[in-house]
Design a protein around this ligand. Structure first.
Ligand code: XIL
Length: 376
C-alpha cells in the first residue's frame, strides 16, 4: 500500500471512530496515565536519567519534566546510569553513584524502579572485552551482577538482567547473539547472570529484555522463537526468570506487518509459561508518517493504541514504560541510526508529550488503551 493510500484509509478510519466515539485521543487529561494504569493493575512510567546525557531526561532537579514524571509515572527505568561501561573503568571497579541517585529519588518519591541493564553487548567495559581467560571472565560477570543487585536489593521492581542477547542473524539454532559474553563463556552465561541476580536480590523481578519481537516478519519470528527457546531452557535448568521485556520500539514503516493474532499468540506463549510481560522501551519511530505534525501525531497515536490494545488484553502485561516522555528528549534523535532519520529532515515525534511537554494524541491514545484494558 502506498503512503497516500494508507493515509486515506487511516483518515477514513479516524473519521469513523470520531463519529462513534467523539474526541478520542484528545480529552482533557483529568487522570494521569499512572492513575488510569494502576486502576487496571498496570504500572506506567518512563525511562529517566539522573543527569542529562544525550537528550535530557534528567531528574536531578525540580523542573517541568520532573513534574511530569511525578504526575504520570508510577515506575521509572534507569536510562544510562546503570550501564556497566559507564560505571566500571577498571577490572572489578564499580561506581554506584548514578544508580544510587536514581534509586534514592525513586524511593523518596514513591516510584517503583527498573534497573537497566546488567549485561548488554553495547555497554560492555573495554577491560572486559579484553579478557581471554574464561574463569576470570565468569568471575567478573558474577561480580558485576552480584554487586549491582546487592547494592539495590529490596528496592528494585525489576532488573533487565540481560539486554538484546538474541539475534535474527547468524546460524546458531538457539538464536543467541555473537557477543563477547557468548564467545568467552558460552550460552551458560545467561544462566550465570540470572542465578547471580536472584541470589543477590531475591525480590526483584528478573527480566530478559529484547527488541524486534513485535512484527509479523521472518526476522522477528526467529527472535520470538529464540526467546521462547531461552525461556524453556531456563525452566529445564531451574534458572530463575520472571518476565520477558519487549522493548516495543514501534516502527511506522512496519505498520502493515503488525499482526494482532501473531503478537497476541506470542504473549500467550510467554504467559502460559508463567512469566510476566513488560513493555519496556515503548516509542514510535515515525519515519514513513506525514510531515504535517497533526497528521503525524494521529498516526503515531493510533499505533500506540493498536499495539497496547493487543498487549493489555493479556493480563500478564503489568508494566508499560515509554523510552522517555517528551519528543524533546528521545534517543531516536540522538542515536546515530540512518533508519531513524526522516527524509524530510524534521525531528521525530515518538513520545506522548511534544517538545514543549504538552500532551499529544499519543498521550490520549495511551490513556484510552488503559481505560479499555481489562483489570488484572
Ligand atoms: C539508548 C539510550 O536512550 C541512549 O541515550 C544511549 O545513547 C543508547 O541507549 N535499546 C535499549 C536502550 O535497550 O538502552 C537504548 O537506550 C535504546 C535501545
Amino acid at each position: 500500500m502506498t503512503g497516500f493510500n494508507r493515509r486515506t484509509v487511516l483518515l477514513g478510519a479516524a473519521a469513523a471512530a470520531a463519529c462513534a466515539r467523539p474526541a478520542v485521543y484528545s480529552q482533557a487529561a483529568e487522570q494521569s496515565l499512572q492513575e488510569l494504569a494502576t486502576a487496571k493493575g498496570v504500572d506506567y512510567g518512563s525511562m529517566v536519567t539522573w543527569k542529562s546525557w544525550d537528550g535530557d531526561n534528567a531528574i536531578n532537579r525540580e523542573d517541568a519534566f520532573v513534574q511530569l514524571v511525578q504526575r504520570e509515572c508510577s515506575i521509572i527505568t534507569s536510562g544510562m546510569e546503570m550501564f556497566w561501561s559507564l560505571n566500571s573503568q577498571r577490572a572489578g571497579a564499580m561506581d554506584f553513584a548514578g544508580g544510587d541517585d536514581i534509586v534514592d529519588w525513586a524511593q523518596k518519591h514513591g516510584k517503583k524502579v527498573r534497573g537497566h541493564t546488567l549485561v548488554w553487548h553495547e555497554q560492555t567495559p573495554k577491560w572486559f572485552r579484553g579478557i581471554g581467560d574464561k574463569a576470570f571472565g565468569e568471575k567478573m560477570l558474577v561480580e558485576r551482577v552480584s554487586n549491582m543487585c546487592s547494592r539495590f536489593a529490596g528496592r528494585m521492581h525489576s532488573w533487565d538482567v540481560v539486554n538484546e542477547v538474541l539475534t535474527s542473524e547468524g546460524d546458531r539454532p538457539d538464536g543467541l547473539r555473537d557477543s563477547k559474553y557468548l564467545q568467552l563463556l558460552g550460552p551458560g552465561y545467561l544462566d550465570t547472570a540470572f542465578q547471580a541476580a536472584r541470589a543477590a536480590d531475591p525480590k526483584a523481578l528478573l527480566v530478559i529484555n529484547d527488541y524486534n519481537l513485535e512484527y509479523n516478519v521472518d526476522h522477528n519470528e526467529r527472535k520470538r522463537q529464540a526467546m521462547l527457546g531461552v525461556i524453556d531452557g531456563f525452566k529445564q535448568r531451574n534458572t530463575p526468570v520472571d518476565a520477558v521485556g519487549i522493548q516495543s520500539h514501534l516502527w511506522m514503516e512496519r505498520r502493515d506487518t503488525f499482526d494482532q493474532t501473531v503478537f497476541a499468540n506470542f504473549l500467550k506463549e510467554i504467559s502460559d509459561r508463567g512469566l510476566q510481560i513488560m513493555l519496556t522501551e515503548m516509542d514510535v519511530i515515525d519515519v514513513g508518517a506525514p510531515s504535517d505534525p497533526a497528521a503525524r501525531d494521529a498516526e503515531v497515536a493510533s499505533m500506540y493504541k493498536d499495539y497496547l490494545d493487543v498487549a493489555l488484553a493479556n493480563p500478564a502485561v503489568k508494566t508499560v514504560v515509554t523510552w522517555g516522555l517528551s519528543d524533546r528528549d528521545s534517543w531516536i534523535t540522538h542515536y546515530n541510526m540512518d533508519d531513524f532519520r526522516r527524509p524530510d529532515g524534521l525531528p521525530p515525534r515518538p513520545l506522548p508529550f511534544d517538545a514543549d511537554l504538552k500532551p499529544k494524541p499519543a498521550y490520549f491514545a495511551i490513556a484510552e488503551a488503559f481505560k479499555a484494558a481489562p483489570g488484572r
